[in-house]
Design a protein around this ligand. Structure first.
Ligand code: HEM
Length: 445
């Protein structure tokens, strides 16, 4: 039987879709889904990949036929330059072992313990903002969210205050994620060991973060903390099935993975939520009122979270429109057929929450910001945290952060956005606000 080849947008005979992929990837994917349906074939030089854009196709790749796919994809290879082999990038038995070891850190009881630290870190940030507001100093909320979520990860997962390190790590992480994304977008890259200016900048950034992590591990060895944290769990772990522990290099890989995955994604989600709330003040007011009713003037606690539902819906809608992980990639290890089209072994499959979350068959007026959509909980085409066994391990943590941080910010401050901000998304490893979100702060209380 003849294999059906999926439709493809016009591209160059030599480089395929490389040019638009580099310069306007969101436009390329959006136009392609509008013009060619739910399975679209792209080519970058010799590499073939398919965008699949239907919930049934997502379930096929991530759940039903997942044995045909793994994460040895180009994006994982790029991420592995930062994280090595870790929960985020590993496959097979290594991935299963890491997930078993780390999962307890993210059980409900553990997240319950995180809420006080999230509220305390937020309160400290707001106190610092108070000084900036009095001085009429403009702040970039996107950058503030990066620093805040970084500190939250430090406190909750590593049991330390990373205030001093936050600025340096923010810069180093930016260098690392932009470098890896540039490599993903290119077909020809200099080997990582070559001393090109980009590779050298990248290596310096990795070395800087490695030094911070080595310091954290050393501090804990000298003085083991009273309450267990991710590092103590990693260093002290023995896999229940194999009885094996993790080497220092493996602990380092997981630590950098959680520093990166645990703050960059949530920070972008929060920055987009604040940006959208600035354009929809009626929702900001609802979030404020909800916090006042649930907590009065005190800090939110874990037991308050169910009452902070509008804050949750605002965040869910923000990451629908601007999913921090805007694309997930899989490598095809055994051929498959999706939506009637042939998916060859050795090619790539892309699942894009950005296009799925705007699919007109599943979302009414998908371009509009409407947090009320999430009063219903049964959205089919919604994948901000992925699907199947590789579902985001930190999703409950991130959603707890959103319910604490957004209302606390809005209760205490109003913003006046600086003029001329585009609000354009900039896809990298995560989806950032291209120009950040610069505002002047006005204290309300
Ligand atoms: C709004 C915030 C977040 C978003 C949108 C997000 C999104 C995602 C997505 C889409 C995946 C699946 C990737 C794939 O299948 O290829 C994922 C996996 C992962 N996330 Fe998150 N994430 C967020 C927050 C967090 C936090 C707070 C942590 C850690 C504290 C975290 C740690 C991880 C890890 C380690 C994985 C790999 C899990 C595995 O493969 O077993 N994420 N995340």
């Amino acid at each position: 039987m003849k294999r059906r080849i999926a439709p493809s947008p016009p591209g160059s005979p030599i480089t395929g879709h490389l040019n638009r992929l580099r310069n306007d990837v969101l436009g390329l994917l959006t136009d392609a889904t509008r013009e060619h349906g739910d399975v679209i074939r792209f080519r970058v030089g010799p590499l073939v990949m398919h965008l699949v854009n239907h919930p049934d196709h997502v379930a096929q790749v991530m759940i039903r036929n997942r044995k045909n796919y793994d994460k040895a994809s180009r994006s994982s290879d790029c991420l592995a330059l930062i994280c090595g082999e870790s929960l985020l990038t590993a496959n097979g038995d290594v991935w299963r072992q890491r997930r078993r070891i780390i999962q307890p850190m993210f059980h409900r009881a553990a997240v319950e313990g995180f809420v006080t630290s999230i509220a305390t870190c937020t309160q400290e940030m707001l106190d610092a903002w108070s000084v900036k507001a009095k001085a009429s100093e403009a702040v970039d909320l996107a950058s503030e969210m990066m620093r805040l979520t970084f500190r939250v990860v430090g406190r909750c997962l590593f049991g330390v205050d990373l205030e001093k390190e936050a600025g340096a790590v923010e810069e180093a992480m930016h260098v690392m994620v932009m470098h890896t994304y540039r490599r993903w977008r290119s077909i020809l890259n200099a080997p990582p060991s070559w001393p090109t200016p980009g590779n050298l900048r990248f290596r310096c950034a990795v070395a800087e973060v490695d030094e911070i992590i080595a310091g954290l591990i050393a501090r804990q060895r000298v003085q083991p903390p009273a309450t267990p944290n991710l590092l103590t769990m990693l260093t002290g772990s023995r896999d229940a099935e194999s009885g094996l522990g993790l080497s220092d290099a493996e602990v380092r890989n997981e630590a950098i993975t959680f520093l990166l995955a645990g703050h960059e994604t949530t920070a972008n989600g929060l920055a987009w939520a604040l940006f959208l709330l600035d354009r929809h003040p009626e929702h900001a007011e609802r979030v404020r009122t909800e916090l006042d009713q649930a907590c009065g003037g005190r800090l939110p606690e874990f037991a308050d979270l169910p009452q902070l539902s509008h804050a949750l819906h605002v965040f869910e809608e923000s990451v629908r429109l601007y999913p921090p992980i805007w694309a997930m990639e899989r490598h095809v290890i055994a051929e498959d057929e999706i939506g009637g089209y042939h998916i060859p072994k050795g090619s790539g499959v892309i699942i894009s929450p950005y296009t799925l979350h705007r699919h007109p068959a599943f979302w009414e007026e998908p371009e509009l910001f409407r947090p009320e959509r999430f009063e219903r909980r049964d959205h089919e085409a919604y994948y901000p945290f992925g699907a199947g066994p590789r579902f985001c391990i930190g999703s409950e943590f991130a959603l707890a952060e959103a319910r604490v941080i957004l209302p606390m910010i809005l209760r205490r401050f109003c913003f006046v956005a600086e003029p001329g901000q585009s609000g354009e998304p900039e896809p990298g490893i995560t989806l950032r606000l291209k120009d950040g979100f610069r505002v002047r702060l006005e204290e309300r209380l």
